[in-house]
Write a protein that binds this ligand. Structure first.
Ligand SMILES: Cc1cc2nc3c(=O)[nH]c(=O)nc-3n(C[C@H](O)[C@H](O)[C@H](O)COP(=O)(O)OP(=O)(O)OC[C@H]3O[C@@H](n4cnc5c(N)ncnc54)[C@H](O)[C@@H]3O)c2cc1C
Length: 329
């Protein structure tokens, strides 16, 4: 499959890139590693007239410890660089675990954290060649007002499969979004939207320039289930972060990934653990809530009953692992 024609823009600075974005409006796409975007272009799911590459921008490739102990990670850092970085290994092991299961070594060498966070949603009916798609009517993602997954749905139900998104949400990270008019900071928990087409709050002309992780505190865990061990998108992911003891946690953050157009926070399950502590009963109840929460979501690759059972086991196993971790301040 060949790429469509486009003009390649390689800015010398972020400011130059932001100016290009402002000038070309909806005709321009942002490319970091290109490991997902270029495939979508080959599939004719995207056909931008201009492609803005963030590849050469060293200002987006830095890791910086901030005065308050937070870590600012440039959006163009590759996943391999991050997975091998000492600070990530020692202070944010669950984030490392999430990054380390993205695709394969080759994908991680090209793929960036910014691209992974902004990853397009995926759908069984849409992420296909144009010839395949032409055998049926279009959908919200292409050129029609319908969803093939849920026929009556008023919006797109493609899945958000980012592996880093759920754990960044659980760790209470934020992202820095820049445009030619300035910067804004958005908590990761508010970055995604429950719509397969408009799946993030990024506005036209904005670039995600960095992700900011709060000082490492407490314990966290990330689990991914997929059909194959490597080179596969998840059937389900689960990320959890707990501050405080098992008996009296001060905060609990639980996020399910790859089950909906956005990673799903589970407030009801969080409340159960906050009030009950990480006991066998509370963990069982939290896992059950996660299973029941899937009633309203769809799964495109496996039957729903299978996915529900799978999510319950995934959540329970991960929480038991978290309970056994050494308590950190
Ligand atoms: C074989 C294969 C297996 C894969 N397996 C996985 C997997 O298991 N888990 C997983 O999460 N992903 C997987 N991917 C998808 C993808 O490769 C990774 O998510 C990767 O991290 C994307 O990063 P990138 O820099 O290449 O993004 P790109 O392809 O450059 O961009 C992805 C999207 O994000 C946008 N974007 C990129 N950077 C920015 C930015 N800084 N600001 C705003 N928008 C931006 C682009 O416009 C595009 O829409 C896989 C891909 C392949 C080909």
């Amino acid at each position: 499959m060949q790429l469509p024609q486009f003009e390649y823009i390689r800015p010398k600075s972020l400011a130059e890139g932001l100016a290009a974005l402002a000038e070309h409006g909806d005709k321009i796409a942002i490319m970091s590693g290109g490991s997902d975007l270029l495939l979508n272009m080959k599939f004719r799911l995207e056909g931008p007239a201009y492609l803005l590459s963030l590849n050469g921008l060293s200002e987006l490739q830095q890791l910086e410890k901030l005065d308050d102990g937070s870590l600012r990670v440039g959006a163009a850092c590759t996943l391999t660089h991050l997975a091998e970085h000492t600070i990530i290994k020692e202070c944010y092991p669950a984030l490392r675990a999430a990054i380390f299961v993205v695709g394969s070594r080759h994908v991680r060498n090209m793929g960036t954290i910014g691209g992974n966070i902004c990853l397009e949603t995926r759908c069984w009916y849409t992420n296909q060649s144009k010839i395949w798609r032409d055998t049926r009517e279009g959908c919200f993602k292409t050129d029609a007002e319908q969803c093939h997954v849920i026929k009556s749905a008023p919006k797109c139900h493609a899945l958000n499969s980012t592996d880093s998104g759920p754990i960044l949400m659980a760790l209470d990270a934020s992202v820095v979004l820049a445009s030619h008019t300035g910067e804004r900071i958005v908590p990761m928990r508010e970055f995604y939207q429950n719509d397969g087409v408009e799946h993030t709050v990024l506005k036209p002309g904005e670039v995600l320039t960095a992700v900011v992780l709060p000082p490492a505190k407490g314990r966290s865990v990330f689990r991914k289930l997929s059909q194959r061990e490597g080179l596969d998108f998840a059937t389900g992911t689960f990320a959890a972060a707990v501050i405080g003891s098992n008996e009296q946690p001060e905060s609990v953050s639980l996020v399910l990934g790859s089950v909906a157009p956005e990673p799903r926070v589970m407030p009801q399950a969080e409340k159960i653990l906050l009030e009950g502590g990480l006991t066998d009963e509370a963990i069982d109840a939290a896992a059950d809530v996660a299973r029941r929460a899937l009633l309203e979501v769809t799964n495109l690759f496996t039957p729903t009953f299978y996915k529900k059972r799978l999510i319950k086991v995934l959540v329970k196993d991960a929480l038991l692992e978290l309970r056994d971790q050494r308590v950190r301040g």
